[in-house]
Design a protein around this ligand. Sequence first.
Ligand SMILES: Nc1ncnc2c1ncn2[C@@H]1O[C@H](COP(=O)(O)OP(=O)(O)O)[C@@H](O)[C@H]1O
Ligand SMILES: [Mg+2]
Length: 212
Amino acid sequence: MRHVMVMNAKGGCGKSTLATNIASYFAKEGHTVALADYDPQRSSLDWLAVRPEDLPKITGVAAYEDGLRSAPRDTEVLVIDAPARTHGAEMNELVRRAETIIVPVLPSPIDLKASSHFIAELLELGKVQREQARVAVVANRVRENTLMFDELDQYLDKLKVPYLTALRQSTNYLRAYQRGMGVFELPEYLARPDWEQWTPVTKWLGSKKSQP
Ligand SMILES: Nc1ncnc2c1ncn2[C@@H]1O[C@H](COP(=O)(O)OP(=O)(O)O)[C@@H](O)[C@H]1O
Ligand SMILES: [Mg+2]
């Protein structure tokens, strides 16, 4: 079973948005997918609750209650939505559960500061140092041609981990969330720019670079 975790101590940076989209991407590709929600806010599980019956099935795991125990054994890809405010021992404990970690970061001064502390701590963990977990970052909710995005872009470029892509701010993410879908499942005329921005993420996830 593969474990892909979306993580950042900062709330509101897009963890649940990325987790639900990654889960629906793998499901659409024909994999057996489960989505584990460690956040008691249940954003990923609420999304799953409204997922249409006719779309590829994703099994929900209420990890904030009882960990990953209830993930079905035949799961091929377990996508994990991590809670905010992870730090220290709790963060170490969470990282033990994944080999692939994606960190979304928003273009705002507060987020950039908070995320840089988080990323520094993440990169210090033994598991990450030993490359038993692979980490990548994604800029999220960007508006191109803004100074703040340029600053974030330059910061992420300099990190020692791959900076995969910048996802635009788009109502498509709100629309998809509301309907239990991923942007990959929205019509092409609406979501084509988002699909293109996701390509480096899905490529990385499909490559050996994202696995130890
Ligand atoms: N790329 C995006 N474009 C537009 N809205 C977004 C985007 N990513 C996230 N959001 C919105 O931002 C808010 C926070 O995102 P969420 O995924 O819940 O973050 P987290 O799980 O890290 O707290 C939500 O309202 C979500 O719909
Ligand atoms: Mg969330």
